[in-house]
Design a protein around this ligand. Structure first.
Ligand SMILES: [Fe+2]
Length: 233
């Protein structure tokens, strides 16, 4: 089933719907709940606070960090076997525990990179794992660089938040990165944790204005997988 909201977002329970991101009036396409049960139970057991204890934190007040290293992948490359690709993906995992479910997580991530590549017509792409911790005054509305961003919240009660086009001031430059702090009275829409989203960025006419959930919405840590064309993630 496919659902369209605010005339700009497509939400569906099958991956082919992500292709709608190529449509002019769409700037957000969501595939609901793509992760396997095995991956989900693996993620449930992760302790993000513990995993990031020794990490360097970036941003105002230190609210985000990398879990592992950004990796470039050609998800449909003929030169790499499925096994090689899974191994490449696991290199980005940093110190994630090697318990049951890690293989399932890699398989799911490969699947997501392939769907991203198909939907955005890119051959080479990069991905990375970010951990966010909600802090006061660090959640700001912005658009991302390049053409497209893929994102899924792997752990955390809330996904990325976004604003409908029609709630944004028409006169403001959509390609400006910074749109101010998220306030409780803003028209906030929310991606669900565990849903995979592709949205348009600054290379397009209507980049999606989005943010990480602020402290008045959530507490604790959030693990997200980000991807982008070429080396942008
Ligand atoms: Fe962003």
């Amino acid at each position: 089933m496919i659902r369209k909201i605010f005339g700009q977002a497509i939400i569906a329970d099958y991956p082919a719907a992500l292709r709608h991101i190529q449509t002019e009036d769409i700037n957000l396409a969501i595939w609901q709940s793509p992760l396997s049960d095995e991956t989900k139970s693996y993620l449930k057991k992760l302790q993000l606070k513990k995993l990031t204890r020794k990490n360097k934190w970036y941003g105002d007040g230190g609210y985000w960090t990398y879990l592992g290293k950004s990796t470039i992948i050609e998800p449909f490359s003929q030169n790499l076997s499925q096994k090689d690709k899974l191994r490449l993906i696991q290199q980005t995992f940093g110190n994630l525990p090697s318990t049951d479910g890690k293989e399932a997580l890699s398989t799911d991530i490969l699947k997501l990179t392939q769907e991203f590549a198909k939907a955005t017509n890119c051959e080479k792409m990069s991905f990375n794992f970010l951990v966010f911790k909600a802090r006061p005054q660090t959640s700001f509305w912005h658009t991302d660089i390049k053409s497209h961003r893929g994102i899924i919240t792997l752990k955390g009660n809330l996904g990325t938040i976004w604003q409908p086009n029609k709630s944004l001031p028409r006169t403001k430059d959509r390609n400006k990165t910074y749109w101010g702090y998220v306030k409780p009275d803003d028209t906030i829409q929310q991606m669900k944790s565990g849903d995979f989203a592709i949205f348009k960025c600054q290379d397009s006419k209507s980049p999606l204005v989005h943010a990480t959930p602020p402290t008045f919405m959530t507490r604790g840590y959030r693990l997200a997988l980000l991807m982008g064309p070429d080396r942008s993630a």
